[in-house]
Design a protein around this ligand. Sequence first.
Ligand code: GDP
Ligand code: ZN
Length: 451
Amino acid sequence: MTFASNDTITAVATAPGRGGVGIVRVSGPQSRAMAETILGLTPKPRFAHYGPFYGANGEVLDEGIALFFPGPNSFTGEDVLELQGHGGPIILQWLLERTVQLGARLAEPGEFSKQAFLNDKLDLAQAEAIADLIDASSQQAAKSALKSLQGEFSKQVNELVEELIQLRIYVEAAIDFPEEEIDFLSDGKVAGELQHILERLHQVLASAQQGVLLREGMSVVILGRPNAGKSSLLNALSGRESAIVTDIAGTTRDIVKEEIQIDGMPLHVLDTAGLREATDAVEQIGIQRAWAAIEEADRILVVVQANENIHPEDQAILARMPSHIPVTLIHNKIDLIEKSPGLDETVETAEIWLSAKHQLGLDLLKQHLKTQMGYAQTQEGVFMARKRHLDALNRALEFVQTGQQQLEAYAAGELLAEDLRQAQQALSEITGQFTSDDLLGRIFTSFCIGK
Ligand code: GDP
Ligand code: ZN
């Protein structure tokens, strides 16, 4: 069944700016008629048609390639027209306006993908993987998003759902024959199945956790006095001469955000100028921002100079760190004291000795950060996942565990059946079999326009 929308939607599908080719994509019932009007002929389905694109008065707006995909064999499941013109903003605006003139309305962000989801072309985890693939900031993240897009994650979730359904059927049959219920439930099959499902859930959860880490990355705040070597450390870690530096809008003080990655794990680094006691109001705002960033961080790196005693200012900062945010103390410039690289993770504040400038001990730091986040050595087979997926998996896990306890403690078939039903429902949220409009709205509006 196709989810028929009366609207025909249109959007520029390529990135804004100038490029060799720019694409306007149209989806909906009017796509076919629109193709005939713009091209002056009916394009052969799924064949490239090269020719002029006509405007309202028969003038040529551009020339390029048109592709027509009749539904349901299209990305959205509806009739889809793609106009591939020249990739300039004016041309694309003309083409976009032409499709609006002919009855299309501008698509909302993610609306093509949402249509594909509603028409069962993709499940929800796959649709989310499209956005994650586009947003991927590392090769590993892109690879894993592709895995999810191809259905690897959904397949594992669906297998679990199927096992839960089978077990529910078995348990509910037992409830229907009360005189045999106890035998049914105590024959070991149910307990064995439950154990098996729990193990699978743990496996999928572990893999999804890696996927979330690939997507979200680790966020660290880097602190230290001027000249301690913070910028040098960032550049050395990123393996680039100069890391991408973006100013956070509205900051009055020197907080710089950098995006680097270590072995595929995105690392969001906030480089703050310092947390000295400030008297003037502007500086105080900057300091407040720095503390706010610290509260959100996964870890704080405090950079000090190995050739100097820890400065009282740094000591004061270390003493004020929130207890729930772990701190690593980095003694930089070990070349000046001829010390070897080193790592001590046995103490509450981990310590690392390295030289940013001479690239000594950087692998210790990388390893340390990966270990602290639980980032797996190999990302082979990891699929992309989101926090909402983890949440669903964790809920499913809790329901199955509760069910297991009901069975062990009371041989309570009905309670177990209910827990299994809830676990199944939680898992179904991942692939979108159970979703609210509200959730769909939230997911798809975070997509880019034209996707
Ligand atoms: P920031 O102010 O904390 O960002 O410090 P910078 O990264 O700008 O470095 C300050 C100075 O220390 C620069 O001259 C760097 O070349 C130097 N520096 C950084 N790391 C090292 C190191 O490992 N050894 C030595 N000898 N100098 C370093
Ligand atoms: Zn700096």
